[in-house]
Design a protein around this ligand. Structure first.
Ligand SMILES: Nc1ncnc2c1ncn2[C@@H]1O[C@H](COP(=O)(O)OP(=O)(O)O)[C@@H](O)[C@H]1O
Ligand SMILES: N[C@@H](CCOP(=O)(O)O)C(=O)O
Length: 296
């Protein structure tokens, strides 16, 4: 029976809205086998909230693989051991989609190549920036062009360590995308595209300080502020405690600080700032994950 290990991801990295994502060393483990009926069990994160029926996104992903290769969709037995907090901006939904795709592809003897899995995953998730690093690991630059996906994976820059403040409240990506404007000023577009380009060049050169300078954003974070109490103070606290840069993780509410090496005082400062604004949170120190989803 295939058992898939799939990493959490942090999308956007500040300016790279819907275009950049980084895999993190925090994993869900998902076992999947064919069965007469659909049977889903969940242990750990999301055990009281994750759908157990045909609306489960890992099931939908597995069914999409069977349909894609012209096979009748069977029932499945799917067992989740989840460590990725749900609806916090750490890619739990992307991880579930990727687990369903990789597990089903293994059950069928690997008919679909990696590129096709990335493209199916992006269509199922609606944006490609979490699913690509969840599949491929590392730092991924990804473009959705209609039904097609173009991407380039980079190794994570050495020495990078992340302090992640994960609020206890949930925020769905759907809600967090709902506050974004349909149009933005051209100077904000230029602000972001110049920083995104610099961020990738700096990551390739392994220049963490330059990466840090490139991680500001004007396309999504300013609009999401109102959904996350204390967010500007948490950002300020992280920078003051020595982070190179700080961003929302994905669509939030988790806030992620990019540091050179282990800096627990950054996590502590973010936690205190959140708590001063009435938000309880947990802090994790994570490293970038070079490896994407694997069978284990
Ligand atoms: N293991 C899982 N199996 C099925 N659905 C999941 C799983 N994990 C998360 N989800 C779905 O994804 C939703 C959260 O996705 P989203 O709002 O995009 O936040 P994020 O992906 O940042 O955690 C959950 O409410 C749940 O419906
Ligand atoms: N680019 C997306 C990323 C959403 O990531 P998630 O981990 O919050 O699902 C966005 O910013 O909406």
């Amino acid at each position: 029976m295939p058992r898939v290990r799939v990493p959490a991801t942090t999308a956007n990295l500040g300016p790279g809205f819907d275009a950049l994502g980084l895999a993190l060393e925090l994993y869900d483990y998902v076992s999947i086998e064919e069965a007469p009926e659909l049977e889903i069990t969940v242990q750990g994160e999301g055990e009281n909230s994750i759908p157990r029926g045909p609306d489960n996104i890992a099931y939908r992903a597995a069914a999409a693989v069977y349909a894609r290769v012209g096979r009748k969709v069977p029932g499945f037995k799917i067992a989740f051991e989840n460590h990725i907090p749900v609806a916090r901006g750490l890619g739990s939904s992307a991880a579930a989609v990727v687990a369903g795709l990789v597990g089903a592809n293994a059950l069928l003897g690997y008919p679909l190549p990696q590129e096709e899995l990335v493209s199916l995953a992006a269509r199922l998730e609606g944006h490609p920036d979490n699913v690509a690093p969840a599949l491929l690991g590392g730092l991924v630059v990804v473009v959705l062009n209609g039904q097609q996906v173009y991407y380039q994976r980079l190794d994570p820059p050495p020495g990078l360590s992340l302090q992640v403040a994960i609020p206890h409240f949930t925020l769905s990506t759907r809600v967090s995308r709902g506050v974004l404007p349909a149009m933005v000023p051209v100077e904000d577009a230029v602000f972001n595209l110049s920083r995104t380009a610099l961020l990738i060049a700096a990551a390739q050169a392994g220049d963490l300080e330059l990466m840090g300078k490139a991680m500001e954003d004007r396309l999504h974070q300013p609009y999401r502020l109102r959904l996350i109490p204390g967010m500007p103070y948490v950002f300020e606290a992280a920078l003051k405690a020595g982070a190179l840069a700080v961003t929302l993780s994905g669509s939030g509410p988790a806030v992620i600080a990019f540091c050179r090496g282990s800096l627990p005082k950054v996590g502590k400062a973010m936690k205190e700032a959140f708590e001063e604004h009435g938000v309880k949170c947990e802090v994790k120190e994570l490293k970038p994950a070079s490896q994407g989803a694997i069978l284990c």
